[in-house]
Design a protein. Structure first.
Length: 330
């Protein structure tokens, strides 16, 4: 690999840390023998000294190869040393490679334009919908040597959410689960991912539906105690469960058979539990709960609450204001 394979400067831009990390891994792999034998040097942006960072990039490696200096979470570092970085990136050293990892770098800034000309700006765009499903298929193949169909990728999104990091973690678990088999199927996801996750979330909603606030809180505590990731997925998981229950309720109100409709939606709960929820969770109540979940999500993201407190308040609010059932399920 020649020295031209590695640019002298990179900006890896995006709010998703996992996607930034995978992009960085690709740059490091592409560097190959062009990189210093000691490997990259990483510094935290909030503690990095600009003079020391740039001196490190300019220093000739005694072992040959080019020095890679990575500045993590570089947004504040860039703001504090913009002029010095613009000057360096306009005439970067051939001895090393500077890599800036940051949440954002507007394309109309001088630094962006300089890096785009002298090196490379790698944008880690948020993935939603079909692009995220395609990413799941590619990631399963490239990282774990497993085939995942589009239907299976869609199912994994429904079960886990849209965070690439959590999706990758689940793909790793599923790859281990299927062992030597080359394909991860929807049935594998039901067995290894879907049922346990749905059962935990379902238990919270089920207790809320019958006005059992203490039971809902106990189930919620079990969710996040047994799954360290759960507090950060909680609101999305509850919203997912409520959306599915709302869809089931609307289908039932339109005359559909409860058991067969639930089965077609991949709902794992037993018929009696679903019947109990449908009995109490009317469409107005479900819509009100969805609105409350949105408010809780906004409060958490803007610092107005923590996930744990927001969910507990929501549970108490809805489980202690139980309306009389509007329609019996026959």
């Amino acid at each position: 690999m020649t020295k031209t394979a590695l640019h002298p400067v990179y900006a890896i831009v995006g709010a998703d840390r996992f996607l930034r990390g995978t992009a960085l891994d690709e740059v490091i792999r592409a560097a190959g023998e062009d990189m210093d034998a000691l490997g990259p040097t990483r510094v935290e942006g909030d503690a990095a000294d600009c003079v020391a960072v740039l001196d490190d990039v300019r220093t000739t490696s005694l072992l040959g190869g080019r020095r890679l200096v990575i500045v993590d979470d570089a947004d504040d570092f860039i703001s504090a040393h913009r002029a010095a970085l613009e000057k360096y990136c306009a005439a970067p050293s051939a001895e090393g490679c500077l890599i800036l990892l940051c949440d954002s770098m507007p394309g109309n800034t001088k630094l962006y334009k300089i890096i785009d000309k002298q090196g490379q700006v790698i944008k880690c765009e948020p993935l939603k919908g079909w692009p995220l499903q395609s990413w799941i298929v590619r990631r399963a193949n490239e990282a774990y040597g497993k085939k995942v169909s589009n239907d299976a990728a869609r199912m994994l999104r429904e079960l886990i959410g849209d965070s690439p990091g959590w999706l990758d973690t689940e793909l790793s678990k599923l790859a281990a689960y299927v062992g030597a088999r080359t394909e991860i199927t929807p049935a594998d996801m039901e067995a290894a991912t879907g049922q346990s996750r749905e059962e935990k979330v379902f238990a919270v909603v089920d207790a809320m539906s019958v006005g059992d606030a203490s039971g809902a809180l106990r189930n919620w505590e079990q969710v996040w105690v047994t799954d360290r990731a759960a507090p950060h997925r909680a609101i999305g998981g509850l919203a997912w469960a409520v959306r599915r229950l709302s869809k089931l309720r609307r289908a039932f109100d339109a005359g559909a058979d409860l058991a067969s409709t639930a089965k077609s939606m991949g709902m794992f709960a037993d018929a009696s539990a679903l019947r109990r929820q449908i009995e109490h969770m009317t469409i107005p109540r479900l819509e009100s709960l969805q609105h409350a979940l949105l408010e809780a999500d906004v409060a958490c993201k803007t610092g107005g609450s923590t996930v744990e407190v927001a969910v507990e308040k929501l549970i108490v609010r809805f489980a202690t204001r139980l309306p009389a059932p509007r329609a019996r399920v026959g």
